[in-house]
Structures are given as C-alpha cells and as structure tokens.
Design a protein around this ligand. Structure first.
Ligand code: DC
Length: 221
C-alpha cells in the first residue's frame, strides 16, 4: 500500500502503550507493532548465543549475527517473526528486561531495527509503539501520542503482569529496573526517549484502558 495511515505511541516503560496500541489497531483493523519486542528479541538472541554475558557485549559477534537476521510481520495475524521464529513470552523475562536497554543503545542495532521497521509490509494502516517512533522512525506519522504515568502506577502494572504469568518478583526489583531503563533510554546519544514534536501527551496514571482508548479514538476522529 502506498500511503498507509501511521499512528505512533511513544513513552516510558509500563505506561500502557502496548495494551492501548493493540486495542486501537484491532478497532481500526490496522497492523500493530511493538518495537520494544524487537529490541527484546535481539537481547534474547545475544543471551542465548553468549554475545551478552555479565553486562558485557561481544559487538563483533552480535553484528555478524544481525547481518544475517531479519524480522517479518505477518500482516494477516499481526505476529512478528525473528529469523522465522515467532516471538514469544521468553522476551519478557526479567533477564531480558535487565539487559535490553544496553542492547538498544548500540548504534548498529538501532540502524538495523530502523531498516527493518521501515521495510515492514503493512496493509491498511499501522499502530506502532516504542521510544523513538514519532521522533525518528516515522517522524511524518499522521498521529503521534506520548504516554507517561506515575512510577507507582507503572510498578503496579508491571508487577500484576508478572504475577499473572506466574513470575514471582518483588515490587522493589521492578521499580529499580524501570527507573534504570528510563534513565538509559532517556540519556542515550542515539534516538533517546523524547516527547516527539507534534505529539499529544497523555498521562495514564488515573485513567482506565477504556478511558485512554476513548480519548484517542475521539482525537483520531
Ligand atoms: O517497550 P519495552 O519496555 O518492551 O521496551 C524494551 C526496551 O527496548 C526499552 O527499555 C528500550 C528499548 N526500546 C527502544 O530503545 N526503542 C524503541 N523504539 C522501543 C524500545
């Protein structure tokens, strides 16, 4: 399709971006991409292949591996594949969350992801969420949103998600991870987390999913 409608949602970790982006995309029958899952999949690959050990990364091995890698979006099912394997819940582990910001600040990783995202085959339109989507990946997007929420709300949301998946973890550990990740994402030199120009800011702390959804649909209309 030549000019699909692009809606971007950027923002801090656990502010509800994925939940809302999924809901909006299914309402509009658009494709949906969670770009954090791409950085997570690359982090998992690095852990599994030993490119990432105790916080240190073998850049040469990672680069060689990415040179032979690609992501694919099935535009019918909205499932993302990395080298033919569908992304699954393994990318959400605490181990991956702990290291993903380190991987996401590497220049060749960001160029690789940028190229992959810009070449995704999409049908009618796209709802895409992350940290640099409205600012760098699709600066000319039709609609841009930026989400924030209080740290307490974000910790509670992430903790509930983990508990539902049967993962036992303390709220303190989650808080520490979210704060460290925010800091790394905001301070990195390349495509840091910023509020994109022309974006609509939404604080989701005291809003239900339905309220945020309604607000966005109203704005889109
Ligand atoms: O959305 P998430 O928490 O699953 O994202 C995981 C990490 O990926 C996040 O801490 C930073 C990185 N990321 C990024 O650098 N740029 C994006 N567009 C999306 C995610």
């Amino acid at each position: 399709m030549s000019n699909p409608i692009i809606i971007t949602i950027d923002g801090f970790a656990s502010t509800g971006k994925s939940t809302i982006a999924k809901k909006i995309s299914s309402h509009l029958k658009y494709n949906y991409v969670d770009t954090g899952s791409i950085y997570r999949a690359i982090t998992l690959l690095s852990i599994k292949n030993g490119f990432l050990e105790s916080g240190s990364i073998n850049l040469d091995l990672l680069k060689n591996s990415l040179d032979e890698s690609s992501f694919f979006l099935n535009s019918e099912t909205n499932k993302l594949y990395f080298n033919q394997s569908q992304l699954d819940d393994e990318i959400r582990s605490y181990e991956v969350s702990e290291s993903v910001s380190l991987i996401a600040k590497i220049s060749f990783v960001r160029s690789f992801v940028l190229e992959q995202l810009r070449s995704l085959k999409i049908s009618k339109g796209l709802v895409i969420e992350g940290r640099d989507i409205g600012s760098v990946v699709f600066p000319n997007a039709n609609f841009k949103f930026f989400f924030n929420a209080s740290i307490e709300t974000r910790v509670d949301r992430r903790w509930n998600e983990m508990i539902k998946k049967g993962i036992k973890i303390s709220k303190n550990k989650i808080k520490e991870n979210i704060i460290t990740r925010d800091r790394t994402d905001e301070k990195r030199k390349l495509s840091p987390l910023i509020i994109p120009k022309d974006s609509i800011q939404i604080d989701t702390s005291n809003l239900t999913i339905e309220k945020v959804f309604d607000k966005i649909i109203e704005l889109l209309n």
